[in-house]
Ligand binder design. Structure first.
Ligand SMILES: Cc1cc2nc3c(=O)[nH]c(=O)nc-3n(C[C@H](O)[C@H](O)[C@H](O)COP(=O)(O)OP(=O)(O)OC[C@H]3O[C@@H](n4cnc5c(N)ncnc54)[C@H](O)[C@@H]3O)c2cc1C
Length: 268
């Protein structure tokens, strides 16, 4: 389909998409077009490709096709989804936007202020890309660009049981603005011992610290006052190191440290 200045291509299957990507210059793949607003000059909508709308539940993870809408994820049911994912999605936009907006669009917009980035990274999400003759799996935390002539075909989200799952969004509610950010804190415990910890803050930049996530593993719960103080000092140092060359980070640091402190108090 074409308007005077825009060409909108459609695809029926993944091979169709690969063909279009290879043969049309500057083609932009789009989902629900709720983030981009104005259509680019040449776009390829993937919303009608059945393989990309699949939701496949397994014992330890769920695979979502990138064209799965946010409401379809909610419809999977609270009990079958990681708590932070369900909470994050229900706090996004409104019902009609969520009917069009896709999980793929949220990730591929590559805007770290978007609501799902922190929970998806903390959960250990991986992205599967397919080219004509090969495929590649990239952790979301390491994703920068789509491999050449490839299409995102699946988003794998681990569904481990976290004993503490905290999601908070900052800034305007139900829309994205300059001050939008998200925070995710996940902890696993066994016999009052902290066994796994994931913390991700995602706003103007994405902050995750391996040092912070591993240093206190093995600690007995509840954490003592001095351990919490210690933890927050390390969090501050790690954050400061990360934002050294960035501007206007003081408020973000305060918000991050407050969220870390309140989350640590939930670790009982
Ligand atoms: C009123 C309103 C409120 C909103 N509130 C929120 C909110 O609270 N939180 C939030 O995070 N967002 C919000 N959004 C933004 C948007 O709805 C979501 O980010 C949504 O998930 C984007 O998905 P989409 O399918 O519409 O993406 P699109 O707009 O279609 O695409 C976004 C980008 O990703 C690329 N892309 C999309 N799909 C693919 C794919 N499969 N492969 C490769 N590239 C792809 C596109 O080329 C484009 O660059 C809001 C939007 C509106 C209009």
């Amino acid at each position: 389909m074409a308007t005077e200045t825009h060409s909108i291509f459609t695809a029926k299957n993944i091979n169709d998409i690969l063909y279009h990507i290879k043969t049309v210059n500057n083609l932009q793949v789009i989902g629900g077009a709720t983030y981009i607003g104005d259509l680019p000059e040449k776009s390829l909508t993937i919303r009608n490709v059945p393989e990309l709308k699949i939701i496949d539940k397994h014992e330890r993870y769920i695979d979502f096709g990138p064209a799965v809408t946010l409401n379809s994820i909610i419809n999977v049911g609270k009990n079958f989804l990681p708590a932070v994912l369900y909470e994050a999605i229900t706090q996004m936009a409104n019902h009609s936007i969520r009917n069009m907006a896709t999980i793929g669009g949220n990730i591929m917009a590559k805007d770290s202020r978007l609501t799902l980035i922190a929970p998806l990274i903390a959960l250990g999400t991986t992205l599967k890309f397919k080219a004509q003759k090969s495929s590649e799996i990239i952790p979301l935390s390491k994703f920068t660009v789509i491999p050449e002539d490839s299409v995102l075909i699946s988003i794998r989200i681990p569904t481990e049981d976290w004993n503490v799952s905290i999601f908070r969004r900052l800034g305007s509610s139900r829309m994205i603005s300059d001050n939008s950010a998200s925070f995710c804190f996940l902890a696993m415990t066994e016999k009052n011992i902290l066994t796994n910890l994931k913390i991700c803050f995602s706003g103007p930049f994405i902050f995750q610290s391996q040092e912070l996530e591993t240093r206190y593993l093995g600690s007995r719960l509840p954490l003592s006052k001095s351990t919490i103080q210690d933890f927050i000092s390390i969090a501050e140092k790690e954050f400061d190191d990360y934002v050294r060359d960035k501007e206007n980070t003081l408020m973000l640091k305060k918000q991050f440290l407050n969220l870390v402190a309140s989350s640590l108090h939930e670790l009982t």
